[in-house]
Design a protein around this ligand. Structure first.
Ligand code: ATP
Ligand code: MG
Length: 422
């Protein structure tokens, strides 16, 4: 019988890779929580309408990337392609947005039917953060300072650069859209197929076309910043001043528009050039209109999503994962002879008295020599050996595997002391 394979673009995470993922996830959680963010969890599956109404009907995601089907009841459901929509839905439905400020984070798989390639999968993983109830640029700045701190913690600062832009309010964007369409319509022959299609459906997306001819054409196009109202201009200026004083470096990219409909005012992307085309590792912005658009009482909001696969690739590419991350046990217990009962009791006592120590018991028998080989390969710092002599004397032999210290046979209490100093 033929073997069943995983679906294209849906990866398994193997034990060799999971330490890097856990390392990354722990760092992200620690940084988010050090700014008072709290975790929220919401379903992977939501009604299709939620994503259509929030992300926008004429976006890449809704037009061609969603996993959507009719459930047994005939209702249209969709696997979440991103987290903001579900986070807003859950927060609103559970009353978290009633005149309250919320700083929230979430993480987990997202699903998009895209062409799989390096850093682009069909099931990928994001960490997201959303803040509700604050409209000023102070919280936008705090978010960027927070992400800058995360890159610092991960040893990635040199490899990731910040781009920011302001999209103004909905009216500014509508007026700009008209001006842009007028300009581009006059140059219709120079547009590629993709841009011609977008000219009718989502003209702002033409701004981030990867086609260099289009980019050259855009040099003479109207500039979005000339269409911003005073409030958006001030908001953006204040954000820049805060970033300057916090010494977070950035580049202003007036063509940064992001692919989702709900953004306004601040948008940003953290980009690396170490990963080729899939260089955006974290992206987000302000979406003050979305809560109301989904039926809630208006609440300003700002957030971002970061792609874990791309961050893992980057950590590996620049060698930023500390060696110790791969080591999954500190001590390996060698069971030499008919002493399984004593070994099991002894390791339980050690676990009770050495908080956080990771100890693996040898199971399955085998010679002393082969057990010592396994101890070495496990990466453990020490082997603990219980043979018949040790068992009879209620002692344990501790052998250092990574340093030249002599091995010693000691009472359990003394071994526990040593283990607590590892
Ligand atoms: P891109 O331009 O690369 O397609 P996007 O604008 O569609 O990105 P967002 O919706 O802003 O991406 O998602 C936030 C982050 O999630 C991205 O910056 C990226 O790091 C990650 N991401 C998005 N789509 C994928 C995917 N298919 N596979 C892996 N990571 C992804
Ligand atoms: Mg995309």
């Amino acid at each position: 019988m033929s073997k069943i394979q995983s679906l294209r673009g849906m990866n398994d995470l193997l034990p060799e890779q999971s330490p890097t993922w856990q390392y990354l996830e722990q760092k992200i959680k620690d940084v988010l929580q050090s700014y008072g963010y709290r975790e929220i969890r919401f379903p992977l599956l939501e009604s299709t309408e939620l994503f259509k109404r929030s992300i926008g009907e004429v976006t890449d995601i809704v037009e061609k990337e969603m996993y959507t089907w009719l459930d047994r009841n005939g209702d249209s459901v969709t696997l979440r392609p991103e987290g903001t929509a579900g986070c807003v839905r859950a927060s609103e439905q559970n009353g978290l947005l009633r005149n309250q400020v919320q700083r929230l984070w979430y993480s987990g798989p997202m699903f998009r039917y895209e062409r799989p390639q390096k850093g682009r999968l069909r099931q990928f993983h994001q960490f997201g953060a959303e803040v509700f109830g604050l409209e000023g640029p102070d919280v936008d700045a705090e978010m960027l300072v927070m992400t800058a701190r995360l890159w610092e913690e991960l040893g990635l600062s040199e490899h990731i650069k910040l781009q920011i832009n302001s999209l103004g309010n909905a009216l500014n964007r509508a007026q700009y859209r008209d001006a842009l369409v007028e300009f581009l319509s006059a140059h219709k022959d120079s547009l590629d197929e993709d841009s011609q299609r977008r000219l009718d459906s989502n003209p702002l997306r033409i701004l981030d076309s990867k086609n260099s001819q289009i980019q050259a054409l855009l040099d003479t196009a109207p500039n979005l910043h000339d269409f911003l109202d005073a409030e958006s201009t001030e908001h953006f200026a204040a954000l820049r001043a805060l970033l300057d004083s916090a010494e977070v470096a950035y580049e202003i990219n007036p063509r940064l528009v992001r692919g989702l409909d709900y953004y306004g005012k601040t948008v940003f992307e953290w980009i690396t050039d170490s990963l080729g085309a899939q260089g955006t590792v974290c992206a987000g912005g302000r979406y003050d209109g979305l809560v109301e658009q989904l039926g809630g009482k208006p609440s300003p909001a700002v957030g971002f999503g970061m792609g874990e696969e791309r961050l893992v690739l980057l950590l590996d590419a620049v060698g930023a994962v500390p060696d110790s991350v791969d080591l999954y046990v500190d001590a390996y217990l060698v069971v030499a002879g008919e002493v399984t009962q004593q070994a099991l009791r002894c390791s339980e006592l050690i676990r009770s008295q050495c908080a956080g120590l990771r100890i693996q018991n040898h199971c399955g028998g085998g010679s002393f020599k082969s057990q010592m080989k396994k101890a070495d390969r496990s990466g453990a710092k020490v082997a603990l050996i219980i043979g018949e002599d040790e068992a009879a004397a209620e002692k344990v032999t501790i052998k250092y595997l990574r340093e030249t210290t002599e091995q010693q046979t000691l009472a359990l209490a003394d071994v526990i002391n040593l283990l607590n100093q590892l």
